[in-house]
Design a protein around this ligand. Structure first.
Ligand SMILES: [Zn+2]
Length: 399
């Protein structure tokens, strides 16, 4: 039987001047409607504690702003759906209905990344894409030239749920195509299990003691970013030089993001390929928000991206990914005898267990403990006990 899954493909767009103008107007219209409705809802909330109710004010907005009539109603509708969803998440999080913490919806700025979504009603991808001529048909805009590295004929069923048109801070246009397609073929089962710990200095340390360094080009780009940001701080805000410099900073940011993404794809691919069971610490998003140090918070964000990659790839390829609670003291326990070293500090790279006298490397010891704890969770979940936190369905064909 074929299992369907959603998958998103991002392609780079090369719109003509005319198409750029149309896209920019649509981004602006969606932002305009979003912000206006958000403003209304905010004042209702403040004055009357008006909460979760749909405001049908589109007619009113259109009456005062006739230019909105020329914009695709799908795009505007989707942006209002986003706002409703943002409110719903926020209210749920306030009333603690869900574990996920959400913030109050914020106004969209023109300087942020621009985007709008269009519903595609499960159209076949080949109705949307003209592969031969590299053109994508975007409603209300027309046929836009694209470039991408995907071979779409490789995926069997490809029904398009929606497309998101985006403009990056560096003024590049993209389209994310969300499709329903067949799951990829599962990898052959094996017996390898691995635990890993993510770090600031080294990227990853696994339970076999293998250390994966952060690539040297990361440091180079970080230095370049610092240099360009310093230059920006000397520019007068709002001046032409400021705008030019801001674009330069955004370009370096983009470059770093792409470098990191490539690197993480490579590492996660390797981990998934080689191991049947992969175990890591669960990184709590709430820990990240509390962190004010920039370098650390960037690292945290990239860790959660990496764990997401492992998560979805393990589901695609039939692997098991388990997350161990972040409260589990993985560095402090001796993996040989279980002794807990409560005086261990961050600067202690190595320590000797006073009970069993094993010399422990801090990171490898942590990875080994994570592996062991994860395997315990895996075994318990096999008996049908609901164990938290476990993000992956127990794979009964294991072992
Ligand atoms: Zn010990």
């Amino acid at each position: 039987m074929d299992f369907l899954m959603n998958r998103t493909f991002e392609i780079r767009l090369y719109p003509t001047r005319e198409q750029q103008k149309l896209l920019d107007i649509t981004f602006g219209a969606c932002r305009f409607v979003y912000n206006n409705v958000l403003g209304l809802r905010q004042s209702y909330y403040k004055d009357y504690e008006f909460k979760d109710k749909d405001l049908n004010i589109m007619d009113m907005l259109k009456a005062f702003n006739p230019w909105l009539n020329d914009i695709g109603s799908q795009a505007i509708c989707q942006s209002l759906n986003d706002l409703n969803k943002a409110y719903k998440n926020w209210f749920n999080s306030l009333s603690k209905k869900t574990k996920q913490k959400s913030k109050a919806p914020k106004f969209k700025k023109k300087s942020d990344r621009q985007s709008y979504r269009d519903c595609m009603m499960k159209k076949n991808i080949f109705e949307l894409l003209d592969i031969q001529n590299r053109k994508i048909t975007v409603p209300k805009i027309g046929k836009i030239t694209y470039r991408c590295g995907y071979d779409f004929s490789k995926y069997k069923i490809m029904k398009v749920c929606n497309i998101t048109l985006k403009k990056s801070k560096t003024n590049k246009y993209f389209c994310s195509i969300c499709c329903e397609c067949n799951e990829p073929e599962k990898l052959k089962l094996n017996d390898y299990k691995i635990g890993f710990d993510l770090g600031l200095k080294d990227f990853l340390i696994d339970s076999e003691g293998i250390v994966i360094d952060n690539p040297k080009y990361f440091k180079k780009s970080q230095e370049k970013l610092a240099k360009e940001q310093r230059k920006l701080s000397h520019c007068i805000k709002g001046s032409n030089n400021y705008k030019k410099q801001k674009l330069k900073v955004a370009l370096v940011h983009e470059h770093i993001k792409n470098q990191r993404k490539d690197f993480q794809h490579k590492i996660s691919h390797q981990l998934i390929n080689e191991n049947q069971v992969i175990i890591s610490e669960d990184l709590k998003p709430s820990n990240m928000v509390k962190n004010h140090k920039l370098a650390k918070s960037i690292a945290d964000a990239s860790f959660s991206n990496f764990c997401n990659m492992i998560d979805y790839k393990s589901k695609w390829y039939g692997r098991t990914y388990i997350k161990v609670s972040s409260f589990y003291p993985s560095s402090k326990l001796c993996h040989c005898c279980g002794y807990k070293n409560t005086t261990l500090t961050l600067s202690d790279r190595e320590w000797e267990c006073p009970i069993c006298h094993t010399l422990l490397d801090r990171d490898k010891n942590a990875a080994l403990n994570i592996l062991e704890e994860g395997l315990k969770i895996l075994n318990k979940s096999g008996q049908g006990l609901p164990i938290e936190p476990i993000d992956t369905v127990y794979n009964s064909t294991l072992e």
